[in-house]
Design a protein around this ligand. Sequence first.
Ligand code: ADP
Length: 267
Amino acid sequence: MIVVKVGGSAGIDYDAVCADLAQLWQAGRKLVLVHGGSQETNRVAEALGHPARFVTSPSGYTSRFTDRQTLEIFEMVYCGKMNKGIVERLQRLGVNAVGLSGLDGRIFEGKHKDSVRSVENGKVKVLRGDHTGTVEKVNTGLIELLLGAGYLPVLTPPAASYEGVAINVDGDRAAAALAVALKAEAMLLLSNVPGLLRAYPDEASLIRQIPAAEVESYLEFAQDRMKKKVLGAAEAVAGGVGRVIFGDARSGQPISAALGGAGTVVQ
Ligand code: ADP
């Protein structure tokens, strides 16, 4: 089993990802796809007059402040446009894909965090009304049912809180929890960079190998959103996933290339 997470930032070639995925699937690989949609969500939110608001926690993690209206826009894009766009591409390639959010069948479950601490002008503020959380539990029943019947699951946030409320969760860490739950041999985190860069944005500074036991010490190289990927990788390998690869989804055969050793390999 391989869990592939493809991000939602600018430059990602979904046609290339889907073509590669279809080929591997048709060759008999067991795969689950998880995807994001951040860039498109920002664009749609802006167009709807409710632009994204990002907050930085005191420990330096950036996340989207998700009030109810933001959550609904998030769902429109992630579960709607992005998810169905990927399912459509796969269907066109002859793969019987099924798109689901973490709410469906409670695939992704976690605690609802209603408030978030945000650093603004050097001061820490507490913002309430946040619909976010972290995936703590993956209910694999529905996924196994689909895989067993020959369908390729295409999953996306949000997750379900324990009270059944939709919560925005980080896709990289959701994919990590999924990879652990499915006892995956590998998890790929594909984005618009060649991998983890020692001196971002210098692509020549690609880190090729990270020993599994040392992955958290590499957090220092990751800025903003890349931190969540490093954290997800640490969680996945600690949970028994054989290897995690940060790969490039901008062109070519992103999945095959990553499985072949391109990008940053955490093992
Ligand atoms: P996605 O939505 O595609 O999963 P994110 O935007 O969450 O991707 O994270 C990837 C981004 O992290 C890259 O586009 C890059 O701008 C940024 N980044 C920060 N630090 C690094 C680093 N050390 N190496 C690579 N990318 C980094």
